[in-house]
Design a protein around this ligand. Structure first.
Ligand code: ADP
Ligand code: UVW
Ligand code: MG
Length: 403
């Protein structure tokens, strides 16, 4: 097969991230981002890496994900990398919710589309955007395989003891209420990269992965297989996130409805969009929170402390789930960049063999690196995630064999 390029689309609720890769050597030909889709201040940033050209930016209202992808296709075409290229082998789509049955990357057909659509109620921020990306890409290149790579796939190995909520089994099964987990492509990629950093095979190590981006989740990976993860039926459960509350007593919802007079939709928006760091201190960007803490802002400090407290609880919980831990890996925007978060998350955990070396932790770098003292019992590592590369790799492996 001569076509060796894969376009990867990662559609978020208000953003579209994309990369075009050549799978002969996994090199990036172009990458970019459309932000604030649906707002008046939308922005497209496109880096034509293959031509070595300057990054191009444009600000103009982009109404929805359909318009966003069409604008991206135009940018790619300017560099001779348009969707009409015969060198394009497939489009790989990040699909956030794949339910229980999609355990691997899947070529999208009508039945797959219908299933992704059926799952919208449990991924209302993500699956609609993913569907638009798929439909628009299909319209632009109907002959091309469109592949879905599911955030939930890596977590389908969780045992029932971790995947089930302790609620009435009949009701739960009737409505498919169970813990699915998300960010799986990242947890899979990072747990493998962590094993490699330790000079081991994935089957030889137990790793706790902390994916701390705007959305955040932890996972316990035993010998390469996920055995627990912090997100559940939806990406709302678990850690404190940029705008999501993470764990809260479910009775908070009844209370806000009965006593606070809020509707279910209002509570949904409150917990998903107006909680977490932004709800606690008005900022969801860890850089801004750290700047405010440095200036003595107590509200920002409390938000940080709540974020860290939750993170520590999950480290302890997954330590217990795994029994033996070889490494803890920090990844995504906060995990890769915020040294203060990493230091605070493991502080006081010496009895568990966990510590960071302040010098190593402060060093900024691009690749996977250890930040624990050389004699530490458990390795603590910073392992940059690359969801786009992982999606492209899985997509290309699938179309190479089916074409
Ligand atoms: N240099 C930095 N220091 C601290 N936090 C950072 C830094 N750069 C990015 N972040 C954090 O990373 C977040 C974005 O992470 P990312 O993994 O890109 O999220 P997402 O994929 O959910 O958009 C930002 O909201 C910010 O909190
Ligand atoms: C599932 C999820 O939370 O994704 P993101 O971090 O991209 O919002
Ligand atoms: Mg992300």
């Amino acid at each position: 097969m001569s076509a060796t390029r894969v376009l990867v689309l990662n559609s978020g609720s208000s953003s579209l991230k994309y990369q075009l890769l050549d799978m002969r050597d996994s090199s990036r030909l172009a990458s970019g981002l459309v932000e604030r889709i649906g707002e008046r201040s939308s922005r497209l940033k496109h880096s034509p890496l293959a031509t070595g050209g300057e990054t191009r930016e444009q600000s103009a209202p982009i109404a929805d994900h359909d318009a966003a992808l069409k604008a991206v296709a135009e940018e790619l075409a300017k560099d001779g990398l348009g969707l009409d290229s015969p060198e394009l082998a497939a489009v790989g789509h990040r699909v956030v919710h794949g339910g229980k049955h999609f355990t691997r990357p899947t070529v999208i057909d009508d039945a797959v589309l219908a299933e992704i659509e059926r799952l919208i109620p449990v991924a209302p921020l993500h699956n609609p955007a993913n569907l638009t990306g798929i439909r628009t890409a299909t319209a632009l290149r109907p002959d091309l395989p469109q592949v879905a790579v599911f955030d939930t796939a890596f977590h389908t190995t969780m045992p029932e003891s971790a995947a089930r909520y302790a609620i009435d089994v009949e009701t739960a099964d009737a409505h498919r209420v169970r813990r699915y987990g998300f960010h799986g492509t990242s947890h899979a990629f990072v747990s493998r990269a962590t094993a490699k950093l330790l000079g081991k095979a994935p089957e030889e190590v137990n790793v706790i992965v902390l994916h701390l981006g705007n959305g955040a989740s932890a996972s316990a990976v035993e010998k390469g297989r996920c055995v627990d993860t912090s997100m559940g039926l939806t990406p709302l459960e678990g850690l404190v996130m940029g705008t999501r509350s993470g764990d809260a007593d479910p009775a908070v919802i009844f209370h806000l409805a009965r006593v606070g007079g809020m509707s279910i939709d209002e509570i949904d928006a409150l917990l998903n969009k107006k909680s977490g760091l932004i709800g606690l201190c008005g900022d969801n960007d860890m850089r801004e929170i750290q700047r405010r803490i440095d200036e003595g802002d107590e509200q920002a400090k409390l938000a940080f402390d709540i974020y860290i407290h939750r993170l520590k609880k999950y480290i302890g919980a997954y330590y217990a789930v795994l029994g033996r831990v070889d490494a803890i890996a920090f990844t995504a925007g906060v995990g890769e960049n915020a040294a203060a978060v990493r230091a605070a998350a493991v502080s006081g955990l010496d009895a568990l063999g966990l510590a960071v070396d302040d010098g190593l932790n402060a060093v900024r770098g691009d690749g996977p690196r250890l930040i624990s003292p050389s004699d530490a019992r458990v390795a603590v590592a910073v392992v940059p995630t690359d969801e786009e590369l992982e999606i492209a790799t899985q997509t290309y492996a699938l179309v190479k064999t089916t074409n």
